[in-house]
Design a protein around this ligand. Structure first.
Ligand SMILES: Cc1cc2nc3c(=O)[nH]c(=O)nc-3n(C[C@H](O)[C@H](O)[C@H](O)COP(=O)(O)O)c2cc1C
Length: 211
């Protein structure tokens, strides 16, 4: 299959704001880290394969494409993956989602050491493509980097050729996540209010653009 991209015409004017640029901004804002889901909602394998196709079509350094993926959407395997992961380190009084709010699916991103030894940039891009695609479908998820890797490799019987990079938890979110401007410098910790709304402080635009 050949994928063609339409190029702008020569007299193309950069829009200040238009429907499409709002769509991207809205999607990026909607694509928060969600950690509580409706576990009764299952995600079909075809949907998960389509999300991994978004990762496949994403940029890769030197076009080496060293990432491989494992999908889980079965309650049995999901239950084995869950204890290998650590949730929301800043929320000290929360032990992670209760059973009925656990993810419906997981995507495990692996680096193929036969191709390359460093995967972090490719992995981040792939993970973001998967999560943006999920957000567009009304799903949500969370990248999990805090993984008991040996335990997870055992559970999934992963060949040593593949290094576990990241787990993406996916599901239909049942929580509200709000972005807020960071008021105190370096006050980076997300927090939950009395209504269980999850707040995520973001640095201001002016503070991160150096020049
Ligand atoms: C590389 C990476 C690793 C992460 N690992 C974890 C993790 O182990 N557990 C977790 O609950 N969240 C994890 N997160 C989610 C971050 O906590 C989250 O992105 C951050 O709080 C900002 O929230 P936002 O994604 O809604 O903007 C990770 C995010 C990234 C990008």
């Amino acid at each position: 299959m050949i994928l063609e991209v339409e190029l702008p015409t020569t007299n193309y004017q950069l829009p200040t704001t238009n429907y499409q640029s709002d769509m991207i901004k809205d999607l990026i804002k909607k694509n928060r880290s969600y950690r509580r889901f409706d576990n009764s909602f299952s995600i079909p394998l075809d949907t998960l394969r389509e999300l991994i196709d978004f990762a496949r079509l994403s940029p890769s350094g030197a076009n080496l494409q060293p990432l491989k993926f494992i999908i889980s959407n079965s309650p049995g395997t999901n239950a084995e993956i869950y204890p290998c992961l650590a949730w929301a380190g800043y929320l000290k009084d929360w032990d992670g989602p209760i059973e009925k709010e656990r993810p419906s699916a997981y995507v495990i991103i692996l680096g193929d050491k036969n191709i390359k030894n460093e995967f972090s940039c490719d992995c981040g891009i792939a993970a973001q493509s998967i999560l943006l695609g999920s957000a567009e479908k009304g799903l949500g998820g969370c990248m999990i980097g805090s993984i008991q890797k040996n335990k997870l490799a055992d559970v999934l019987n992963i060949d040593p050729q593949y290094e576990i990079q990241l787990v993406i938890a996916l599901g239909k979110p049942v929580e509200t996540v709000q972005i807020e401007e960071m008021k105190l410098a370096d006050n980076i910790k997300y927090w939950r209010d009395e209504k269980n709304i999850h707040h995520v402080p973001k640095r201001s635009l002016d503070s991160i653009i150096l020049k």
